[in-house]
Design a binder for this molecule. Sequence first.
Ligand SMILES: [Zn+2]
Length: 375
Amino acid sequence: MAKNGFKIIDSDMHVMEPPDLWEKYIDKKYRDRAPRGVTSKNVRDLRMAHPDGSEWARTPTAPSQTDTARGRNFEEKQVTFGNDAARGWTSEVQLEAMDHEGLDIAVLYPTRGLRAMVDERLDPPFAAAVARAYNDWMYDFCQRDPKRLIGAGMISPYSMEDAVSEARRCGEQLGFRAIFMRANPLVDHQWQSEYYEPLWDALEALNMSIGFHESTNTGRNQIGERLNPNFMLRRVFAQPLEQMLALGCFCGGGVLARHPKLRAAFLEANCSWLPWLLWRLDEAWELDGDVFAPQLNNKPSDYFRRQCVVSIEPDEVVANSVVEQFGSGNLVFSTDYPHVDSRYPEAVNYFLRLPLNEEDKRKILWDNCAAYYAM
Ligand SMILES: [Zn+2]
């Protein structure tokens, strides 16, 4: 494949899951509770519903998504993705989208599935079944071309025993290279808590990565709640701020110090804030690290450099300051196909126009991502 001489991995391409995924794939014991995808004139309708019709993981204070037109960008995306939707967002459609952009490999993250683990009616065994169903579907989806389509697995945050066994199944049986979680914790534990330790141990042993992926529109305890109903502002802040908090917990809270082989990505939330945040974390560690971070032998930014990546947006023109101040060794590329702020089908072209040299582009488009996903 390659484009303009660059081989390209999309660190975070999205699938659009079929509305009946969970009805078809979930353990039959849970079929009468399985979420259903909602469809409408919105070709990228990402809602899910309970069998009784009530919305799955609805944020009470947010305006409900409807199928009505919602402005210029919405209408443009209706056109850009209308054909892909009409064809059912199949794995052939996915591969053709990759061909349009010149992507060699894509690591696949969900769309509806980003809120699958958020619903209040989930109990731990049901949540684990919802995750297993998604992963089984994703495995089948990737079989169209398993060298180019790589899954990132869903795990339940409600039981670390379930999470560990599913991560193991994802790595050892399904061929996935990562698992994903939302950056805002869905359980009452911060990311540096003892609670998650078995999962971090397992990911190190499996040589798998954790990709943090927030979602703008929904989530318990999410910072974007404070901005409802202004979705424009919510989109600006919800994902970056949640990712910054998670990154801080990982680098400054001791997770990466305790797990030197664990690799973490903070996806779809820009990268231009990175130099400031790492400087701020390092300063905090100098001032108060002896009290609050005695297990950190190095600066938080050192752990970041050793074990983390952050994704750059194709049109993030201010990101050259990240490369100038921090280097390009921890950035990965994403098209964000087919989400509402994606530059598809021009995402790679946008990126290639950024004021970065060839060496930096090569690292961002391929080398860093290949290392992160251990490909
Ligand atoms: Zn994404």
